[in-house]
Design a protein around this ligand. Structure first.
Ligand code: ATP
Ligand code: MG
Length: 407
């Protein structure tokens, strides 16, 4: 787990603020859900035979004897809230986004943490592939807005309950002929979740499954048509993409369109955003039979991609140096008034010498320093010093004069 220190928070804020701005242009509204849910919610949605549920969840029993889990992802909690509050009664189409920490007990490495942060978006209630394309357009637009440009969009279709069983069977038959070349994990789980074999990161498994059957050859008419229309809309919108039939995603609820945004700058942790359609999920969780599609992006990986960006804290507009107790009290009063007017002002709290105070002002990067000496205080004036050239001018010591000078 990771601390985000003040030097890093500007880039986090930029990533979050840009998401709020861009997503609201596309009609999305924020939803905030708890970080803890009943364990059963994740087992039922993500799937028992997935990496997340098998080995990555932080699960504990609370004092009331209930099994709870720190959320490993955002879609299931958002769907739980959608159903619980019957949001569909007010509007059968919902566009929601969320932002916050997720928890997975994984092996820590660069770009992979146990508490990490995602911003995600979900559209509920629209079957039409236009919404698949629009969601991808929003995602790509977001990456443009935060100036991360070396990412590739890959898409795939995972079929639906009608055509997926046929594909699974074809894949199981294929895998059974290669069992000797597969890792222990894949050998153990290929019957429960054969698609995971295609996603295995072990080189031997990659090699052995190079000529595995493609899901795209097994799509039913409906899924094929949906996927063709998604590709057509993406072309109309001039969004470059590549079709990757091996992309399977690690969560069971996906169907039809799935996608990832990849970069080659983060080694094997290359997916910076990922998502797909989950048409049966809401009904499976006890809600109405509404389709859904969404994505989540990993903020830590976005921050790594933006590492070179300038992230200086803006300097205060003014530093007020008071010499002697009465002057320091006046400095304190003026500072508070200016801060209330929205002007960033700093002062010295320790009653130090003028030289020490100027050093502090310089360290903070203040362009100007208001020096209040005891004599000047009595006269109702002060010296305004420009740090760049050391020049000084006398100014009247009242808040209106200062406000006019600094706004
Ligand atoms: P990966 O293949 O890298 O494990 P995933 O398929 O498990 O990713 P998703 O569950 O789809 O990831 O989550 C979406 C995004 O969240 C990922 O693309 C990634 O950017 C980010 N993410 C996932 N797990 C972590 C983690 N442990 N630490 C940091 N970011 C993560
Ligand atoms: Mg993972």
């Amino acid at each position: 787990m990771n601390d985000i220190l003040p030097a890093d928070s500007p880039v986090w804020q930029e990533l979050e603020e840009t998401a709020r701005r861009v997503f609201s242009t596309y009609g999305f509204r924020e939803i905030r859900v708890p970080v803890v849910e009943k364990t059963e919610l994740f087992c039922r949605s993500i799937g028992e035979a997935t990496d997340i549920v098998e080995k990555e969840m932080y699960t504990f029993t609370d004092k009331g004897g209930h099994s709870l889990t720190l959320r490993p992802e955002g879609t299931a909690p958002v769907m739980r809230a959608f159903i619980q509050h019957k949001l569909h009664a007010a509007d059968p189409i919902a566009k929601l986004y969320y932002c916050g920490p997720m928890f997975r007990h994984e092996r820590p490495q660069k770009g992979r943490y146990r508490q990490f942060h995602q911003i995600g978006a979900e559209v509920i209630g629209v079957d039409d592939p236009k919404i698949d394309a629009q969601l991808l357009a929003m995602l790509v637009n977001y990456f443009d807005e935060v100036s991360i440009d070396d990412v590739e969009l890959q898409i795939n279709s995972l079929g639906c309950p009608e055509c997926r069983p046929g594909y699974r069977q074809a894949l199981v038959t294929f895998i059974e002929q290669r069992l000797d070349s597969l890792c222990d994990d894949c050998r153990r789980r290929y019957r429960n979740n054969p698609l995971r074999t295609l996603d295995c990161k072990v080189p031997g498994c990659r090699q052995a499954t190079l000529d595995a059957p493609s899901v795209l050859d097994h799509l039913c008419g409906g899924c094929e048509d949906h996927f063709a229309r998604v590709r057509r809309y993406l072309k109309n919108l001039r969004l470059p993409f590549a079709v990757n039939p091996r992309m399977v995603r690690g969560l069971d609820y996906y169907c039809k369109t799935t996608f990832e945004l990849l970069t080659n700058r983060l080694g094997s942790q290359s997916a910076v955003a990922a998502g797909g359609r989950y048409d049966g999920l809401i009904r499976q969780l006890g809600g109405p039979d509404l389709p859904g599609i969404g994505f989540a992006m990993g903020l830590e990986r976005l921050v790594l991609l933006k590492e070179t960006a300038d992230r200086e804290h803006p300097a205060p507009a003014l530093f007020i140096a008071g010499l002697g107790e009465a002057a320091a009290d006046e400095a304190f009063r003026l500072m508070s008034l200016m801060q209330r007017s929205g002007i960033e002002v700093e002062m010295d709290y320790q009653g130090r010498s003028l030289k020490a105070q100027l050093r502090r002002a310089d360290k903070l990067g203040a362009a100007q320093v208001l020096i209040i000496g005891e004599d000047e205080l009595a006269r109702g004036s002060a010296q305004l010093r420009t740090m760049a050239d050391g020049s000084q001018q006398e100014v009247r010591l009242d808040i209106d004069t200062l406000r006019t000078l600094f706004t």
